[in-house]
Design a protein around this ligand. Sequence first.
Ligand code: GDP
Ligand code: MG
Length: 439
Amino acid sequence: LGSSLRGSLDKLRGKSRLDEEDVQEIVKEIQRSLLSADVDVSLVMDLSDSIKTRALEEEPPGGTNARDHVLKIVYEELVGLIGESTEIPLESQTIMLAGLQGSGKTTTSAKMAWWFSKKGLRPAVIQTDTFRPGAYDQAKQMCERAEVDFYGDPDCDDPVQIAREGLEATEDADIHIVDTAGRHALEDDLIAEIEEIESVVQPDLNLLVLDAAIGQGAKDQAQQFDESIGIGGVVITKLDGTAKGGGALTAVNETDSSIAFLGMGETVQDIERFEPNGFISRLLGMGDLKQLSERVERAMSETQLEDEDWDPEEMMKGNFTLKDMQKQMEAMNKMGPLDQVLDMIPGLGGGLKDQLPDDAMDVTKDRMRSFEVIMDSMTDDELENPRIIGASRVKRIAQGSGKDEETIQELLEQHRMMERTIKQFQGMGDGDMQRMMKK
Ligand code: GDP
Ligand code: MG
């Protein structure tokens, strides 16, 4: 699924503007990815609407192509929905975990305790599950493995009493993590029990623990727990499996909270703080989206800052010299493939690229490296006026660079091809030109 989204995005590579049809196609792919990741239907619809509107209304900022622009919008809209990670201050506090049976509460309580201990704090886990046989042993063992304080009482069947006694018994700890019982489904007695524990414990933060595989069920749960104890954050567990955790978005939206931690496996170290970028990229089945949009920004500023002696706009007015080509290749090394670099040249947008023959883009890394070496062996005169390079100069350059004459001819041919395209572009009406330059 991610690959079909990538497919539709790649079709936009050469474009500087999106039309309605492009946007429809992208939005449809995004919908498909999100729905298959268990994101709630109405959330998906809301998201698609805002993505559609923005993609059609907003102008891509100068130097950005349509593809990267729409990716940025998608990323921003999803970050807007999911939010940043729940704030977890590194100071004394009490955290209570709620959620259905099997969602991963007990595992998460030990994992979080381990996490806090690595931050130099002293955590203690209080196990109040008197319902599930073996809950005490499981929690105790995990806390031993995490090397953190633990309190439980296998002989007591009153969770409220255990909570009260547990807080006293572990008063030396900085962080109190209270693990609670869950049932197969939400039941009134579970809600009543957790409300009672809550009033005794008075947690600073209640986290709702959700299995990544939870789908539409997330909504009811989130509502219920939020109403009874107030949910300040979400933990998504079992993200090491195939499920992508889209149901958690519903919970976040429903409780007006955010995601705190991710469970990535069964051992106590398998815990990560939530970080929107990785999560969103995973939801969409795409590579690192944040990195992509940062790369575009960085590349744009680098071209502008470092190549003071090279003016791409000048290039568009005058001759396309080998020096221009050299600059482009340097830029390319820093930024990535040629077609993306062309997109980043201020004033060009994707307009030029649309007109380039496919071959013009097909400069492999090895070939580029040869070209660079060759151009280093050329004089300034030759770089500025490639026309003066005849057979004897080719021979000299070949000797100087250690490349064969054929490669030098290839480089010159490559240059001529790009020059032709740019000339063609320059032939556009003045109005068109000025419009493109202003972008
Ligand atoms: P609880 O009933 O909510 O306390 O859930 P548990 O902590 O007992 O976890 C239920 C099951 O899920 C156990 O077998 C755990 O080992 C497993 N589990 C919990 N978190 C994760 C996780 O992040 N990844 C994987 N693979 N398994 C997990
Ligand atoms: Mg448990």
